[in-house]
Structure formats: C-alpha cells, structure tokens
Design a protein around this ligand. Structure first.
Ligand code: AMP
Length: 579
C-alpha cells in the first residue's frame, strides 16, 4: 500500500512517493513536478486544475481561483459561475489531480496520504486540510509541518548531521520559522513560529502596486475597475520577479483594460535594487516570527549552526541578503526549495509504513500554539469571566498530556462549561475557540470544588480533553472535532464596560491602558515561564486599578514596570508620554 507525500502549497502543489529506498517526485501529465494550485470552472461546469486553470486565469479571471490555502479554516467561499466553493473543496480538486497523477505513475489506485501544512497553521486550518484530503478520496494518515518535512529530507540525506538548524520557509502565501536539533538521525523540533498571511504572492502584489504607481495609477482602483488589466499585470510582475534572479533590470509593460499587451506603450523598468527597496516592509515582517522562535528556543542567533531555506520565495536575492545580514551567516539551500517539502512528506510516509530504509530515523515535533481553557479571574472583589488559562504552552514537545486543576467559582455550582481555546491572547476572545465540554453532577457545596482538566495532544493535531470532578471522580471526555469560530465578544464588552466605571484620573487611566495593552501584546510573544510571570503581574495590576487604593495601585504598577525593564522590554509611557 503506497502512501503519498503531498505538499499542498498556496501557489504550487507537489506529490512524492517513497520508492526504492528514497523519495521520488511524481510528474504531472505535462512532465512537470509542480502543479499550480489554481482551479477553474468552465461555463459547462467542467473543473480544470493546475496548468490549464493557470493559463485561463489571464483571459477569464472570473472563472478561476487561486491562493485558497489562505482561507483554510475559515467560512469563506468563492463563487465560480453558479456554484460556490470553500477552501477545502477547492483544495480537494488539487489533491484529486495529484492523486490521479500518482495512480497513473504507479499503475494502481492509492487511498492514503501525508499532507504538509505550514507549521503555524492552527487546528481549524489543519482540520480543513484533512477534510480536503477526505473530499479527494484520501485517508489522511498524517498532517505534518512543512519545515519539519524539509528537515526530514536534510536528515535523510545527511546521516551525520549534528546541528541546531533554523528552517526559514517562505512559500507563496505563508511564512514559517522552525528551530530544530538534528542528532544522528534523531530530529527534535524545538520551536516554531510564523505568519499565515505573508508569502511570495505579497511580494508580487507589492511589486504590481509600485509598478502601477510608476504609471501614475492606484492598484486598488485598477483591481476594482479593470480586473483583466490587473490580472495580466500581476502575471507580468510575477515573471519579472523571477527574472530578477538572473537580470539586474526588468521591464514591465502596462496591459490595456482588456488585459492585452500594447507594444506601442512605453514600459517601465525596475532595477533589482529598486525592487529590494520596495520589499523592505515585507522583509521587516520576517523578523518578528524569527525572534519569537529564537526566544522560545532559548537560543541566540550565534548558537545556530545553519539556516536552511525552503519555499520558492526564498530564492529572492533581496531576501537572502536581508537574512544574511540579520542572521550573520549565509543561508543554506542544498535542495530545490520547491521540492524539499514534498520529499520530506514521502519520507514521513515511509516512517508510517515502517520502511526499513528509515528505521533509524526518529522525529519529535512541537505544538505551534498554546492550548488552554477559559476561566474567570477574581479581580477587584469579583469574578470576571473571559480570561485564557494555558494548559499546554506553545512549543511543547508532542505528543503531550498535561493536567491542571481548577475550581468552581459559585456556591452550589452543579456544572462547569469547559471552553477550549488555542492562541496566545490573555483573554479568551482574542483566541480561537476549538470546542466546549459541559460537565454536570458536581455535588452541592461551597465555591471552590476542584476539578482537573487534562489535555492530550498528538502530532496530528487531535486534542483530547478530559475533565475529572475531584470529589466524585466523575469524568467527561471529549475529542475536539467540531470547533466553532464564533468569538464571545459579549464577555469582552462586559470587562471593558466595567473598566470604564473605575474612577481614576484620566492621565493615569490613559497611561495605564497603554501599559496594559503593551503588556498584553508582549505576552503573546513570550515563552511559557516568562509569560506566566507577566500574566500574574498583569492580574495584580488590573486588580489594583479596580480597587482604587492608590498605594496598592502604585506598588502593583511599579512591580510591573520593573519586571518589564529588567526583562529587556521597558515601557516608554505609550504614545502620550512626554506630552
Ligand atoms: P511555493 O509555495 O514554495 O511553491 O512558493 C511559491 C512562491 O515562490 C511564489 O510566490 C513565487 O513567486 C515564489 N518564487 C518562486 N521562484 C522564485 C524566484 N526565483 N524569485 C522570487 N520568487 C520566487
């Protein structure tokens, strides 16, 4: 039974299998390994996928859709003719096409696959990917992280590798950073971070906007009023961007409003340096996830042995210069950055099949986001709902099972609703609701009856939640499978309204609000231990704001400020400081 290894990319997708003791890429009928992740629906209802759909995008953009990986895990859909499609449905067409190519290559049907996802995908996005696989008739044996797959390829070919690696993965639509240690074929993921809305396509969009500016036009206006012109210009910019690898300057003509090139119109030229300048804001955005991954791994840049580049967009000259500068070393790119992820997925497939060629390889991964439950906090003499309490911190090695004890907040409370969230926000409404579990049968009594919440999380992103009521031993278990995306804003409104009722001098209030929001933003970036420390100080500070005792307030504030500056995050008083 062959298990396919599939890299389901924003721009292109690839499929590989493990054959004759190594990963082998599967060619499409066009003889190419890359299948564009583009879907088109013709007027007669026929669906086109890959190169054919990509070609059609220029003449009939209204029939085509791409970049749908970016809406994985959302309710968004797109209308193509009379039908509307969600991201998993569109992805399933691409998967179906890869499956069919593999079946032609192998000469027999296949029904199982390993599919890769950005490390930074949350559980909803992972589940949507699994669902896409199922829609395509594939049992998804495992969903693995793209940088992990890339590292598997490096680890597979370089058996003596013994290094701390940073994998930088910039694909068409997503950016991932993963730090890992490879030691004698044992691959340990230490931390991962990223942005699911930053990729090579943003660089193309930015180029198109700047080229239009050179022509005295605004990209939003052109996109809205003349979609054919815009689609063609983007296609021109995409190929110009790729050309910049070999040439110092590229010239780009302006298509007319119907998307046809007019050779009589003068073209504008773009120099590699000018392109690099345009891209600076996007390059700058790479640093936050990089720094976060380093902080979580407790490493300095200088302690890394190697930086590996993965994903088509890491070919950009300006990106390599930027990273060389920031990370103080030249990044490595030994394998084709487009292919290394699919090959790693095939190696993972071989691990699942217990293929003898990989029997000495071991891999451990981490969970990319914090998992926890919603709690009420006792602040200012009352319980305030809507706070997030982590149970498993991000970048904990998985599989993992952790337990935390909580207490009921009201006398004679006979049931608890355990709401499970994923994310880094201090308040639950800022995180993603994964599911809920109601436990009843708590014996009557005073507030403070304890109950244990156990989270068990495995590498496929399956979360099992178990709640045990202390006194009775009664337990409830749920596998979080049908999450809702709705956020509970009513609770946040309640907190905000209560905050406004507190009597403070306005000057203090403004600065304190800034201090709180500054700390809140920082909180999401901190690793487990530091985060708990800061969270505790923020609780005290918030509590002191409510109580209105000036001494207590001043003490709490000074403690928080001292902690921030002693940890290297001094607070400068916010935007109004010094006025
Ligand atoms: P992937 O999702 O890994 O296939 O990456 C696709 C992205 O890589 C697209 O946004 C491409 O524009 C980008 N890309 C591929 N080759 C190059 C290149 N030579 N220079 C700049 N970007 C590239």
């Amino acid at each position: 039974m062959t298990i396919l290894g599939i890299d389901l990319g924003t721009t292109n997708s690839l499929c590989a299998i493990f054959e004759k003791e190594r990963p082998v890429l599967i060619p499409s009928p066009h003889g190419r390994f890359l299948t564009p992740s583009v879907v088109a629906r013709l007027d007669d209802g026929q669906i086109l996928v890959g190169d054919a759909a990509k070609e059609l995008r220029i003449t009939k953009p209204e029939c085509c859709v791409s970049r749908f990986k970016r809406w994985m895990g959302t309710q968004e859909s797109v209308q193509l003719g009379k039908q509307s499609f969600t991201a998993p449905e569109l992805s399933s067409f691409v998967l179906r096409s890869l499956k069919s190519d593999a079946e032609k290559y192998l000469g027999h049907p296949v029904s199982k696959a390993v599919i890769t996802v950005p490390a930074y995908f949350n559980d909803l996005q992972r589940r949507a990917t699994r669902f896409a696989g199922e829609l395509a008739g594939l049992e998804v044996a495992r969903v693995i992280n793209e940088p992990t797959a890339a590292a598997l390829t490096y680890g597979f070919y370089d058996r003596d590798l013994r290094k701390k690696l940073m994998v930088i993965d910039l694909g068409g639509g997503t950016f991932d950073v993963t730090i890992m240690e490879v030691f004698e074929r044992m691959l340990e993921i230490i931390s991962s971070s990223g942005e699911s809305m930053l990729g090579g396509e943003d660089f193309t969009d930015r180029m198109a906007a700047n080229v239009l500016m050179k022509y005295g036009l605004q990209s939003e206006v052109v996109e809205h009023k003349h979609p054919l012109q815009f689609a063609r210009l983007k296609q021109k910019c995409e190929s110009a961007k790729l050309q910049l690898l070999a040439s110092e300057t590229v010239s780009i003509g302006l298509p007319d409003e119907n998307g046809n090139m007019d050779p009589t119109k003068p073209s504008v030229s773009v120099h590699r340096e000018e392109f690099a300048k345009w891209m600076e804001p996007l390059l700058g955005r790479l640093m936050r996830p990089i720094e976060r991954a380093l902080r979580d791994a407790n490493l300095e840049v200088s302690q890394l042995d190697e930086v590996l580049l993965v994903g088509g967009a890491t070919r950009m000259d300006c990106l390599r210069h930027f990273l060389t500068d920031q990370l103080q070393r030249t990044p490595l790119c030994e394998y084709n950055p487009d292919e290394v992820v699919a090959m790693g997925a095939a190696i993972q497939a071989a691990l699942i099949e217990e293929n003898a060629a990989v029997e000495d390889m071991v891999m451990t991964d981490v969970c990319p986001h914090t998992l926890g439950i919603e709690i009420s906090k006792y602040l200012g003499g009352q319980f305030l709902p809507g706070y997030f309490e982590p149970v498993i911190h991000r970048n904990t090695t998985i599989p993992v099972s952790k337990e935390k004890t909580f207490e009921t907040v009201a006398a004679n409370q006979t049931e608890v609703l355990v709401r499970v969230f994923q994310g880094e926000g201090r308040r639950s409404a800022d995180n993603l609701l994964l599911g809920e579990l109601k436990v009843d049968g708590i014996p009557l009594g005073p507030a403070g009856t304890s109950f244990d919440v156990r989270f068990s999380y495995d590498p496929s992103g399956i979360l099992e939640v178990e709640v045990v009521i202390g006194k009775t031993g009664k337990s409830r278990r749920a596998v979080i499978a049908h999450p809702e995306t709705k956020m509970d804003t009513a609770q946040i409104d309640l907190i905000v309204r209560k905050l406004q009722q507190i009597k403070f001098y306005p000057r203090d209030l403004v600065e304190n609000q800034f201090l709180l929001s500054y700390s809140e933003q920082l909180l999401g970036d901190l690793p487990g231990g530091l985060r708990e420390e800061l969270n505790g100080l923020m609780d005290v500070f918030e509590d002191s704001m409510r109580r209105g005792d000036p001494d207590y307030f001043e003490q709490a504030k000074q403690q928080l400020l001292f902690w921030l500056s002693s940890r290297g995050f001094p607070f400068d008083g916010g935007p109004s400081a010094g006025t």
